[in-house]
Design a protein. Structure first.
Length: 250
């Protein structure tokens, strides 16, 4: 396997007396989907917040392409090529899907703060936005208001906005929450398409979806990594079964 694109080494995060993430060492690679699972309060979202820079670790190091990014601000980490989505959909409902994605693409251009050039004239921005909409499977909704597409399509739109910034690493926090079966299938298909050219780190509770997309599973309990390995290993792990999955693994 190639060298990891994103790594944590002995990462900890405490909030007063609460150790939310405790001594976590993980490697994430391009070309695979790494899924982090665990019960509520296991530290999954805190880990994603540490990887994205939304929270600074109490101790430990985080590296991206061998560079220490442990103390970088979120916008600097994003500019380097690490993008994330949140549990709550984060879009502009009053704009069309195309405009949402265009704004995301524009935010990454070096000229995004030059006010004396018509923004709409940027063909490179338009090309980025068009590619992102196509990758997310939303080209047919380009001129549709984001407010009126389905919840699942809004989650696809959020991924499209993420893709418009051209990240190498995608941090996805529960992208399947609140979805029906067909919408879940669409997002699972999208994630499987994206992994060929991206490193995907996913938090998810839908076990059927988890085992459909995961190349590697990490189980967290009480802020610590209980076990990491391929889906078959995790499915057959008695330790994981007792601590978390139970009958869901059968």
């Amino acid at each position: 396997m190639s060298d990891p694109i994103l790594s944590t080494k002995s990462v900890c995060k405490s909030f007063g007396g609460l150790q939310a993430v405790n001594d976590v060492t993980l490697d994430f690679h391009t070309g695979q989907v790494d899924v982090v699972i665990g019960p509520n309060g296991a530290g999954k979202t805190t880990l994603i917040n540490l990887l994205s820079g939304d929270l600074p670790p109490t101790s430990g190091t985080i590296t991206y392409r061998g560079r220490d990014i442990t103390r970088l601000a979120p916008h600097r980490i994003s500019q380097l090529g690490i993008g994330r989505s949140y549990q709550r959909t984060n879009i502009f409902p009053e704009f069309t899907c195309a405009r949402n994605v265009w704004l995301a693409a524009q935010s990454r251009m070096r000229s995004s703060m030059r006010f004396f050039r018509a923004a709409a004239s940027r063909k490179d921005v338009a090309a980025r936005a068009e590619r992102a909409l196509d990758l997310a499977g939303l080209t047919h909704h380009a001129d549709t208001l984001a407010a009126i597409i389905s919840h699942g399509e809004q989650r696809q739109l959020e991924v499209a906005m993420l893709l418009a910034t051209e990240p190498e690493v995608l941090l996805l926090d529960e992208p399947l929450a609140g979805m029906g079966a067909e919408e879940t299938e669409n997002i699972v298909g999208l994630i499987n398409r994206l992994k060929a050219s991206h490193c995907v780190v996913l938090i998810e509770h839908d076990m059927d979806a988890v085992f459909a997309v995961a190349d590697q599973l990490t189980v967290m309990v009480n802020g610590t990594v209980l076990e990491t390995g391929p889906p078959g290993q995790i499915r057959n792990s008695e330790t994981v079964r007792e601590a978390y999955l139970g009958d869901e693994m059968v």
